[in-house]
Design a protein around this ligand. Structure first.
Ligand code: PRP
Ligand code: HPA
Length: 190
């Protein structure tokens, strides 16, 4: 059964629930095992893309069993569901030059945000870049981005929860859910 608080919080906008917290932790664990098993000449530097990737970055990094460093950048590209040019609003605090970077984002949609960050990291002369996304929404891609680790591949609907927002709301939902822009009676079930 879908918890009542989700239905109440999304007030008629709740669509399909694509993943529960347990599904997401399991997907993050599988990715952590792959990162563990890769060959690293120096410890990788995990960089989470704030704000949305905070939960996903911790879900993956806490399940690693190798040494890794952790940092964050902040990029802003969306107001509501409307996209604008990405802006780096916070650079990493650690030096990225010559580091093996793993960029973690909770969602890739158009690809513009990650492509922008990858270009920026290359300008800083990183040693290598891998990407680890919780959700891949491939339908509306505008910029090609190589994805090394993917949690879930989902359809082109607006998603909220586990870091994903609509105008700053719903990031704290413990599931990945569809936000229906027109209200309807929810049939979602978990
Ligand atoms: O592939 P794209 O179409 O570029 O979309 C993905 C980006 O959009 C969201 O960021 P947003 O700008 O909403 O900032 P946020 O992380 O603070 O929510 C999300 O967190 C990704 O970083
Ligand atoms: O579906 C989405 N949900 C939240 N943030 C996003 N940024 C791009 N696509 C999405």
């Amino acid at each position: 059964m879908t918890p009542q608080f989700l239905k109440t919080m999304l007030d008629g906008h709740l669509g399909q629930i694509f993943a529960t917290a347990a599904d997401i932790e399991a997907a993050a664990g599988q990715i952590a095992r792959q990162i563990d098993d890769a060959t690293w000449q120096t410890p990788p530097l995990l960089i989470g893309v704030m704000k949305g990737a905070a939960q996903w970055t911790l879900a993956v990094s806490q399940q690693l069993t190798i040494q890794a460093d952790l940092d964050f950048v902040a990029v802003s590209s969306y107001t509501g569901t409307k996209q604008s040019l990405p802006k780096l609003t916070q650079a990493p605090t650690l030096s990225v030059t010559n580091r093996h970077v793993i960029l973690l984002d909770e969602i890739i949609d158009s690809g513009v945000t990650l492509a922008f960050l990858i270009d920026w990291l290359h300008e800083q002369q990183v040693a290598s870049i891998q990407t680890a996304v919780m959700v891949n929404k491939p339908v509306a891609r505008q910029r090609a981005v190589a994805l090394d680790y993917v949690g879930f591949t989902l359809p082109d609907v607006w998603l909220v929860g586990y870091g994903m927002d609509l105008d700053g709301a719903y990031r704290n939902l413990p599931v990945i859910a569809e936000y229906k822009t027109s209200t309807s009676v929810s049939t979602a079930d978990v």
